[in-house]
Design a protein around this ligand. Structure first.
Ligand SMILES: NC(=O)c1ccc[n+]([C@@H]2O[C@H](COP(=O)([O-])OP(=O)(O)OC[C@H]3O[C@@H](n4cnc5c(N)ncnc54)[C@H](OP(=O)(O)O)[C@@H]3O)[C@@H](O)[C@H]2O)c1
Length: 373
């Protein structure tokens, strides 16, 4: 199913005098991947009026057929010519593909929402979590960055606290699921788990990084490396969390308004990232907030579900967050030595709020704000 003319893709469907509504031509780039398949599901449930839908992937998947929105759609190999008359591109095919193809998509008139890290820190690319900084969309030039999965769930929980009390320091340790490294890492953890239980040899080929010199099993193990190492000793994932958090919360990736540091660890969980977040609220003449103040503030904040009742052993877990689009927060408690600092535990489905849901929310917001033309 292909988009023919822009006028057909963004056509008016209501001819009876009610409020006019457009249909949009949407392309999903990376449609067969862990994120891409969730983008299809989220798009089907969304408010985005989809006229035509293009499913794009690599040559390997070309010709495979997917049933979406009641239509059988053949997957096409993506290239620079794939975007004629496309209004919205939801991209999740990795940084190399985004670097090569998104400029062509923008030239063809599309607005691209990119899940890779390729464009996120460019000055003219808004990096958006709709609950936090949707107004940034007004500044877009065709590419919008969907932040790193671990960053998204953390800023959803921290932004209401920053607005109410100020935040001056964040120390985060992540417990990231295999699914954050794509479908092949989920398959690898599954195979390793069976092998370990059967006392067979494990054959890691994907983790900690696909192109690294060494691979280690994740099953019944912990890997304190996500993405490649930078020369400063941090991994790229840790640096993404630091710079993206500053860009989203402070408007500048190098801001010194908030101090951020991160340690990112891959854990043998299929889907759902956990984060232990320590934060210091700003100095103030006022009385410091209590853990209950923070809890009640987050309970009323968009996109957050509080699961925090130690008398019932209620706290967020990856297994209960999987398949849900919200960010779950619990274990909120004050630092015993600093009344202005707190610990909390955050979990979200990295493939949904950490990727597909956030991207589709951005598309909905672009439509609501008439920012696609
Ligand atoms: N997984 C997460 O939690 C998560 C969260 C946030 C952001 N992201 C980012 O989203 C992107 C995709 O991640 P993923 O986890 O979905 O990976 P994945 O499961 O490995 O899927 C990769 C997708 O990219 C497609 N692709 C690969 N090479 C291509 C090419 N040359 N041209 C066109 N399509 C190509 C693949 O198509 P074939 O099947 O045809 O090879 C597949 O659809 C990455 O940039 C990742 O960093 C992932």
């Amino acid at each position: 199913m292909e988009c023919k003319q822009p006028s057909e893709c963004a056509k008016l469907i209501n001819t009876k005098g009610e409020k006019m509504k457009k249909e949009y031509c949407v392309a999903i780039l990376g449609a067969t991947g862990a994120v891409g398949t969730r983008m299809i599901q989220q798009l089907e449930k969304s408010k985005v009026p989809v006229g035509e839908l293009k499913l794009l992937a690599s040559k390997k998947s070309a010709g495979m057929v997917r049933k979406v929105l009641g239509r059988n759609i053949a997957i096409q190999e993506a290239d620079e010519n794939s975007f004629d008359a496309v209004d919205i591109v939801l991209a999740s095919a990795g940084g190399t593909v985004s670097k090569k193809l998104l400029p062509a998509a923008v030239n063809a008139g599309a607005v691209c929402i990119d899940n890779s890290s390729e464009w996120r820190l460019h000055d003219d690319v808004p990096l958006v979590v709709p609950e936090v900084n949707a107004d940034e969309l007004e500044k877009h030039h065709g590419i919008i960055g969907n932040p790193n999965c671990s960053t998204i769930q953390m800023v959803v929980a921290l932004e209401p606290i920053r607005r109410a009390f100020g935040v001056k320091k964040i120390v985060v340790s992540t417990y990231q699921a295999a699914g954050g490294a794509g479908q092949s890492a989920i398959d690898e953890l599954q195979a390793e788990t069976s092998a370990y239980v059967l006392r067979e040899k494990m054959h890691p080929k994907i983790l900690p990084t696909k192109f690294g010199a060494k691979h280690y099993p994740l099953a019944f193990n912990l890997l304190p490396q996500i993405d490649a190492f930078d020369e400063n000793g941090y991994t790229k994932e840790e640096l993404k969390m630091i710079y993206e958090t500053k860009k989203i919360l402070c408007g500048d990736k190098n801001s010194s308004d908030i101090n951020v540091t991160a340690t990112c660890v891959r854990v043998p969980v299929m889907i759902g990232h956990g984060e232990s977040v320590y934060f210091e609220t700003a100095d103030s003449e006022l009385k410091p907030p209590t853990a209950n103040d923070i809890r009640e503030l987050l309970r009323k904040s968009p996109g957050i579900v509080i699961q925090d009742d130690i008398s019932e052993q209620l706290y967020p877990q990856p297994l209960t967050a999987e398949g849900k689009t919200e960010t779950f927060v619990g274990r909120i408690r004050v630092d015993l030595e600093n009344p202005r600092a707190f610990n909390m535990w955050i979990v979200a489905d990295n493939l949904l709020k950490g990727a597909a849901t956030n991207a589709v929310q951005i598309a909905e917001e672009l439509i609501a704000r008439e920012l696609l033309q």
